[in-house]
Design a protein around this ligand. Structure first.
Ligand code: CA
Length: 219
């Protein structure tokens, strides 16, 4: 029927979420708690959270990384998909945002899996590398400041083992990446997308879900 990805009108998008997403009550509650936030648009979409949870289960991930937590919905999606002894190292700089998510992590019974580090992510990642954690992570999600993405990518790639999966959010940036860059964020994403396209260290798929999600499997 279609040789290219559908564009979704509101009715079809609502259908996708209604029939394609199964949420824990805590996921619904956390989305509701975030919806009135002035920066609510930073939250990933429920169908993307569903995909990420499925991917985490599919690869049998036990040790995960998240760069950029916001109010913790994506961390909740990943933590719910992890086994009981699973571990998510979650990096963010904002106590104000991350504290919104904590009660919902508790309500879902996954708070003990999430190790939130409130510090610049580069510092946390460099400390992990210095501690010998290279090659020890199964899954990572980068969703933080866009001009920092390349630095996060290079460190995260070292922390993942061969065959591990990396997901990178906002790679389409509202569609702006397809046009001449007018700001530093768009330029950073364009440069990263171009770099990944040529990067022989990964297998690549760029999904037009949410605001664009790149999946990269470390070779
Ligand atoms: Ca995002």
């Amino acid at each position: 029927m279609s040789r290219r990805t559908l564009s979704l009108d509101d009715a079809l998008y609502d259908y996708v979420v209604r029939l394609g997403v199964r949420e824990h009550a805590a996921q619904l509650a956390l989305r509701a708690a975030t919806s009135s936030h002035p920066q609510a648009g930073m939250q990933i979409s429920p169908e993307q959270g569903q995909l990420m949870g499925l991917l985490v289960r599919l690869i049998g991930a036990r040790r995960c990384l998240e760069i950029g937590v916001f109010t913790g919905y994506s961390a909740l999606c990943v933590a719910l998909a992890l086994p009981t002894d699973g571990y998510l190292l979650a990096c963010d700089v904002s106590d104000e945002f991350t504290r919104v998510g904590k009660p919902h992590w508790q309500a879902a019974g996954v708070a003990q899996k999430i190790d939130l580090r409130l510090a610049p992510a580069i510092d946390t990642l460099d400390a992990q590398l210095a501690e010998g954690a290279a090659g020890s992570f199964d899954f990572a999600f980068i969703d933080a400041d866009k001009t920092g993405y390349e630095a996060y990518y290079e460190r995260v790639l070292q922390l993942l083992h061969p065959g591990a999966l990396l997901a990178i959010d906002n790679v389409l940036w509202g569609g702006s990446v397809a046009h001449p860059a007018l700001d530093a964020d768009t330029l950073a994403l364009q440069q990263l997308n171009a770099k990944l396209h040529e990067d022989a260290r990964i297998d690549l798929a760029l999904l037009p879900i949410g605001d664009g999600l790149t999946l990269a499997r470390k070779r």
